[in-house]
Design a protein around this ligand. Structure first.
Ligand code: 5AD
Ligand code: SF4
Length: 497
């Protein structure tokens, strides 16, 4: 199996569409040639963000140069999300902007004569026009879900590839390069993971690492088992090798990713359990923070808490989606736990030797959700005392069991429940954050503030802290901050010097 390693952008020639080198050093050949360029846009979850990083690495290792504006790119890729209908719709409206039917003949004096263009999509830094004649590719969950249908709906697309087929991307690109007009990869019957030789990481302070792909649960509302295929874990050896390489490159924080990250099962003879893997990753020299997401409550055992207690590098944060506070709804969702069993997990986490921050996901308006079920979800927020809640209106998805369930909740009622829940949670978060005023917290600085002397970063519990400091350079540093104020979504403080 090939191993993954990282490269710095400057070694691969990152260029903006506005300028930059016109040729790129081909890593395998060492030759300079005309640079082909690509642009990639990502929708959806952290797994998608990281998949895009790996896809970028694959393209760069083939001599492509990354650009930050689709106008200047030979290849334009959309890595898509279909978790809710709105996310999938967004992809098609974005693709529509590349429709040659929208093409108008260029009359701009500075453009090559006769070249056709489509209007620039929102988000373009130039915001004017795009030359047609590019390779347009759809990757990810919408690609997997819609398949060939995409070519029908958007015939200007030439590559459709689901995430379980990414390991075939180099092959598919070769086909496109040799003149094939349409290429498609939609396998999900794979037991392999997407291993790349080069990953082009976007975040200089936090390195993402997928340790398990796909999902073997069968939650009745969820498309993921269909779009990302069955569960496949990476070897513990490969994961640890990549973490060591990341540490050598200077990363101090890693985040282990998986749809059900704690269902990790080492495929090698070592049979390392998830809790053991956490400790092994935390023990890598140079690593100061280890995060993991998303945990499934049914696979969340005391061994994970024991691991977190045993190593300070394992961050004080657990994302544990509850989805609903009603046992009746949970059963219809096929979540495999009851309200009481979930609350036992919360009690276990609250019993840990260090305080842990817990965040969750909630779906409102699942078919048949009564006012009483909804109230149970509200009371779950009180009982669990979450530090963050991602709440979503239920959206019926193709292939899923819930799609054919009766008693759909009207849209206005979903909207009302969402607003009530968010208000309820805002009060909980405000109170929890206010309790931190006066405390000192370690912050990994990852942003500059708008004004001189202002910085932002995250605590081990993943809270955002905006703070002031007399220092002129702090990016990437760990600093102690005294919390002076708190809001529902962030803390304000000053660096202790
Ligand atoms: N409708 C609404 N929300 C959904 N999620 C997953 N599927 C759906 C759906 N069909 C939410 C769940 C999951 C999060 C990533 O997205 O809360 O944890
Ligand atoms: Fe979807 Fe459930 Fe798997 Fe999460 S655990 S990805 S919600 S099927």
């Amino acid at each position: 199996m090939s191993h993954a390693f990282d490269v710095r952008l400057d070694s691969l020639g990152f260029a903006s569409a506005q300028g930059g080198p016109a040729s790129v050093l081909h890593p395998s050949s060492g030759q300079r040639g005309a640079a082909k360029s690509f642009y990639i846009e990502t929708f959806g979850c952290q797994m998608n963000v990281h998949d895009s990083e790996k896809v970028s690495g694959v393209l760069m290792s083939r001599g492509y140069q990354m650009v930050d504006d689709p106008a200047g790119a030979d290849v334009v890729l959309f890595n898509t999300c279909s978790i809710r209908e709105k996310a999938a719709q967004k992809v098609f409206s974005r693709l529509g902007l590349f429709n040659p039917a929208n093409v108008r003949t260029n009359s701009g004096a500075n453009e090559p004569a006769g070249e056709s263009e489509v209007k620039a999509p929102h988000g373009s830094r130039r915001g004017i026009v795009y030359a047609a004649g590019k390779i347009i590719g759809v990757l990810g969950c919408v690609a997997q879900q819609e398949g060939e249908e995409i070519f029908e709906r958007a015939p200007w697309v030439s590559l459709v590839c689901g995430s379980a087929s990414y390991r075939k991307l180099p092959e598919m690109l070769a086909q496109l390069e040799s003149g094939n007009r349409r290429v498609m990869g939609l396998d999900t019957d794979t037991d392999e993971t997407f291993e790349t030789e080069i990953t082009r990481r976007d975040n200089p302070f936090r390195a993402y690492l997928t340790i398990i792909e796909g999902c073997d649960k069968a939650c009745s509302y969820c498309v993921v088992p269909f779009t990302r295929g069955p569960e496949r874990s990476r070897s513990s050896e490969g994961i640890l090798r990549e973490v060591r390489q990341l540490a050598e490159m200077g990363y101090t924080e890693v985040q282990l990713l998986g749809q059900t990250v704690n269902s990790y099962r080492d495929p090698t003879a070592r049979r390392m359990k998830f809790a053991e893997l956490l400790v092994a990753v935390a023990a890598v020299n140079g690593i100061r923070r280890v995060r993991f997401t998303t945990s499934h409550p049914s696979d969340f055992g005391a061994d994970i808490i024991a691991a977190m207690e045993s190593h300070p590098a394992l961050c004080d944060h657990i994302h544990l989606p509850v989805q609903s506070g009603s046992t009746r709804v949970l059963a219809r969702m096929l979540r495999t736990y009851t309200r009481e069993q979930y609350l036992e997990k919360i009690a276990m986490i609250r019993g840990a030797r260090r305080p842990m921050s817990i965040t969750t996901d909630v779906i409102l308006g699942f078919p048949g959700e009564t006012e009483r079920d909804f109230e149970e979800t509200l009371s779950m927020l009180d009982a669990a005392q979450y530090d963050g809640v991602f709440s979503f209106k239920y959206s019926p998805r193709p292939n899923t069991l819930a799609r054919s369930m009766d008693d759909a909740i009207p849209e206005e009622e979903k909207i009302r429940r969402l607003a009530v829940l968010q208000d309820h949670q805002r009060a909980i978060q405000t109170a929890r954050n206010e309790a931190l005023v006066g405390e000192h917290h370690e912050v990994l600085v990852d942003h500059r503030g708008n004004r001189e002397g202002q910085w932002a970063g995250r605590t081990t519990s993943n809270r955002v802290v905006n703070f002031t400091s007399p220092r002129s350079e702090l990016l990437g540093e760990y600093v102690q901050v005294r919390v002076t104020r708190a809001g529902p979504n962030s803390l304000v403080g000053e660096q202790l010097v």
